[in-house]
Design a protein around this ligand. Sequence first.
Ligand code: 13P
Ligand code: SF4
Length: 309
Amino acid sequence: MEAERAKRIKELQKEKDVVILAHYYVDGEVQEIADYVGDSFYLSKVATKVPQRNILFAGVTFMGESAKILNPEKTVVMADESADCPMAHMVTPERIAEVRAEHDDLAVVCYVNSTAEIKAVSDVCVTSSNAVRVVKNIPQKNIFFVPDNNLGRYVAEMVPEKNFIFHDGFCHVHKSILAAELRAAKEAQPDALVLTHPECTQDVVEMSDFVGSTSEIIDFATESDAKKFIICTEMGVFFELQQKNPEKKFYSVGHRQFCPNMKKVTIDKVEAVLNRLTADGKGVDDIVLSDEIIERAGIPLQRMLELAE
Ligand code: 13P
Ligand code: SF4
């Protein structure tokens, strides 16, 4: 990024008391300027600790909503308000009520990639980096895991002592990483390790050397002695992987490893939002959630933060 633009953005942030949080899937240029970059769990923890009055989220809606729920007194603005994760909408409160009525001793475990409305009717949230730990710590025997089927199935394998009820939500980006293409990528790079996000389908997970969140994939590659890695998640992680490991080689599987919503977040939009925002959090449409939703959705999010420790 040009130094002039970086300087302008930093000045605007200082003047308007704004912290920028970015997910690993957004453009490298945005990751470069952000104050904190991480996976969903890291970003939700960071959001509770930053001193700034305003949070600018470079990610998708559910991430900004979580930051707002955990910090109702702050203004949270999205770099692009229309950047939304389709999976977050793949379960309804009605389906959750039905399953609750059918099972005793049930916990509704909601992947953080869900709307605030869904969090409000769930018992505990999880992210891909803490789901196994959190589910192990839940007292209930029956787990209704929403909305992601793939992550639910992966957690169920790791926690066989629980009885899982699955939902049929999915991430279209991870679902389009195909086992046949991974096989071909492995043949082309036989000495590469395969690092995979648990939103991928079971056949891809089974062909992998490591399964973890975006941060965990980056940490694994950085700490590993291996020199080549096939990456089964969204391409945004390549920026940090390459920054931290300039001497290592990273390969994608196919041509569809792009989240169109994460890619809506650009440096131009970040700068435009900063220009419109005032120091008291006015001037742009911030995330607005009702007091009731904030209160109810805050319970499973706080519970996740406690159980993940
Ligand atoms: P992480 O929590 O691993 O960063 O993943 C978020 C996400 O949206 C995966 O598709
Ligand atoms: Fe949602 Fe998938 Fe994009 Fe993650 S990569 S934000 S789960 S659509």
